[in-house]
Ligand binder design. Structure first.
Ligand SMILES: Cc1cc2nc3c(=O)[nH]c(=O)nc-3n(C[C@H](O)[C@H](O)[C@H](O)COP(=O)(O)OP(=O)(O)OC[C@H]3O[C@@H](n4cnc5c(N)ncnc54)[C@H](O)[C@@H]3O)c2cc1C
Length: 391
């Protein structure tokens, strides 16, 4: 997203992606109203919504046998009053295709940043590994947007504040059949949480476990694991055999952390590289997009005329740190107070009081919808930083 915004503003950008494509299952699928609003501001929304997706207007879950509507997006500000569920590779491919319209936009696949190039105490580029060997790419500014296992933030030696998460997620696919619910849904029972994300032709599923609990689950055998899923989500019972081995189940380590300082001269970290997000609320992608918009708004002018000063980079952190801390605080509260309790429970679980309140007073459902859908301090594309599209 930042690559797109900068290239549209006339800045030369080289985006490095270590994989050959964006096609992976573990990225999360949600595009929230705040991101859809950014896409609208950029004139890219109508094109985006032509890509197959589903639109979620309310968020529901089943907690210990009671189904509760948790969020109602019909009142969020902005054009789209829904969360779009779209595989993230479709979203990224769309942005990349749109970016290629600008002469300054270069996307280099299978090019992995392995180190920082430093000169006189400042970052001046990266060392990248390609098919043809190592290469040095010089830049006025390096932006580390390389996710929660960021190589670049590690090479920079930036201090990480570990917040931790008591959960991990097992990621798997199960087929979708005619008559199945076309809805993404969460089910919580004592000892387990199962989330199905509707990907139109199949379900992307997450089985949330307590941190470090995978080995124990595997020791119980695949048949027992399949049975657990079938008991939690009965309409999937006829296809749990599609999980033929543990190779069909991928462990995704959940991390919550953030950098003390997001930048150093010549380097800025954004997205999960600056603050790894928990999957709770499915807000990480949207926060990363908001970081990108804030960075573009702040940096296009200095990039066009020279090299951004350390104070410009620090300003991006100042702008985005508060929303990050608040969002991570809410995620950690939910992880520790609700998810962990469900995972540790051995007997029946009762509906927590916030869910009881949401069940009783429908108007309250606007609050979680606002927090999830729009979040704290939503960013808007500044017209003076990123010009309108020429048609
Ligand atoms: C199990 C799980 C489920 C989640 N579900 C959701 C969800 O539904 N919705 C949501 O909003 N958030 C979700 N999140 C959080 C979300 O995945 C992240 O917050 C979000 O992807 C961060 O975006 P990013 O661009 O910063 O990093 P990433 O999405 O991790 O992207 C980093 C990119 O950089 C590439 N890369 C990495 N290292 C290098 C390198 N050295 N050189 C070149 N390229 C490199 C990677 O291949 C990748 O393409 C989930 C997280 C987890 C763990």
């Amino acid at each position: 997203m930042l690559g797109y915004l900068l290239a549209r503003a006339g800045v030369d950008v080289v985006i490095l992606e270590k994989h050959a494509d964006f096609f992976r299952d573990f990225r999360g699928d949600t595009i929230h109203p705040s991101t859809l609003e950014v896409m609208d501001e950029l004139g890219l929304l109508d094109g985006l919504l032509k890509i197959p997706h589903s639109e979620i207007r309310t968020l529901s879950g089943n907690f210990g046998g009671t189904t509760v509507t948790i969020g109602d997006f019909s009142h969020v500000p902005g054009r789209c009053k829904f969360v779009a569920f779209m595989p993230q590779w479709d979203f990224l491919n769309y942005l990349a295709a749109e970016g290629k319209r600008f002469p300054g936009f270069t996307l280099r696949m299978e090019t992995e940043a392995v180190d920082l190039l430093r000169e006189n105490g400042a970052v001046r580029g990266v060392v990248a590994r390609t098919h043809d060997g190592q290469e040095t790419i010089r830049a006025k500014l390096v932006v580390a947007a390389d996710g929660r296992h960021s190589t670049l933030r590690e090479k920079a030696g930036l201090r990480v504040v570990e917040i931790g998460a008591p959960i991990d997620a097992l990621w798997m696919r199960l087929s979708k059949k005619a008559g199945d619910p076309s809805q993404s849904f969460g089910t919580a029972v004592p000892g387990g949480i199962f989330v199905t994300i509707d990907r139109l032709t199949y379900y992307q599923c997450a089985f949330v476990i307590r941190k470090g609990g995978y080995a124990e689950l595997q020791a119980g055998g695949l048949a027992a694991f399949r049975q657990k899923i079938a008991a939690m989500v009965p309409h999937l019972a006829d296809r749990v055999d599609e999980l033929r081995g543990w190779d069909d189940v991928r462990l995704l380590e959940v991390r919550v952390d953030r950098l003390e300082r997001w930048s150093m001269p010549g380097l800025l970290c954004i997205g999960d590289a600056a603050h790894a997000m928990s999957p709770v609320g499915g807000v990480g992608i949207n926060l990363a997009v908001q970081d990108a918009v804030a960075a573009a708004n702040r940096l296009t002018a200095s990039l066009a005329s020279g090299t951004p000063k350390p104070s410009d980079l620090e300003a991006v952190q100042r702008r985005r740190e508060f929303p990050t801390k608040v969002t991570q605080g809410i995620q950690v509260f939910i992880q520790d107070r609700f998810l962990n309790r469900v995972l540790q429970a051995r007997g029946p679980i009762s509906l927590p009081w916030p869910l009881r309140a949401l069940a009783l007073v429908p108007a309250l459902r606007r609050i979680p919808a606002r927090i999830i859908g729009v979040g704290v301090r939503p960013e808007h594309v500044a017209k003076q930083a990123v010009p309108p599209l020429q048609v």
